[in-house]
Design a protein. Structure first.
Ligand code: DQA
Length: 141
C-alpha cells in the first residue's frame, strides 16, 4: 500500500530556509525516517517548484489503485492556484492539506486556501509532525 507525499514550491529548501519557521530537518531525512517507522507503507514522494508538474503527478496518483491517499503541501500555491484546487476537486482519493507552519498565525494571504475545499482535512502548524498526523489519518481512512 502506498501513501503519496506531494510538496510544492520551495519545500526543497526546508532545512536551510527560514529555519525558525520551517525547522532544521530535511525532507530526505524525514522520508527515510517514515520508511522505517511505517514498515508496511511505501511512500511515494514528489517535490516540484512547477505547478503543472504537481498537477500531472496528482492526476497520475489518482489513477493508481494501490495509492491509499495523498498528503499535499502545495506551499505558496495553496494560496493562489485555482488550477491545483481544481485538480484536487477532481480526485477520488482522499487528500489532506498539510503545512509545516501554522498558516493562520501568519500573514492574511496565507489564511486562504484554494485546496482545502476538496480535502478531507487540513493539518497545519506541527512541523514535520503535521505529516506524521496525516499519515496516521490516511492509514485509518
Ligand atoms: C507552507 C506555508 C505556505 O504559506 C508557504 O508558502 C510555504 C510553506 C508550510 O508548510 O507551512 O511554502 O505550506
Amino acid at each position: 500500500m502506498k501513501i503519496a507525499i506531494v510538496n510544492g514550491p520551495n519545500l526543497n529548501l526546508v532545512g536551510q530556509r527560514e529555519k525558525e519557521i520551517y525547522g532544521e530537518q530535511t525532507f530526505e531525512s524525514f522520508i527515510a525516517k517514515m520508511d522505517q517507522e511505517f514498515g508496511g507503507v511505501e511512500f511515494v514522494y514528489l517535490q516540484s517548484n512547477v505547478e503543472g508538474e504537481l498537477i500531472n503527478f496528482l492526476q497520475e496518483l489518482n489513477k493508481q489503485g494501490d495509492v491509499k491517499g495523498i498528503l499535499l503541501n502545495a506551499g505558496g500555491y495553496t494560496h493562489t492556484s485555482v488550477a491545483l484546487g481544481d485538480t484536487v476537486a477532481a480526485m477520488a482519493k482522499p487528500v489532506i492539506e498539510v503545512h509545516l507552519s501554522n498558516v493562520f498565525q501568519r500573514e492574511d494571504f496565507r489564511h486562504v486556501s484554494y485546496i482545502g475545499r476538496s480535502t478531507i482535512g487540513t493539518i497545519s502548524g506541527f512541523g514535520m509532525e503535521s505529516y506524521v498526523l496525516g499519515i496516521i489519518k490516511l492509514l485509518n481512512a
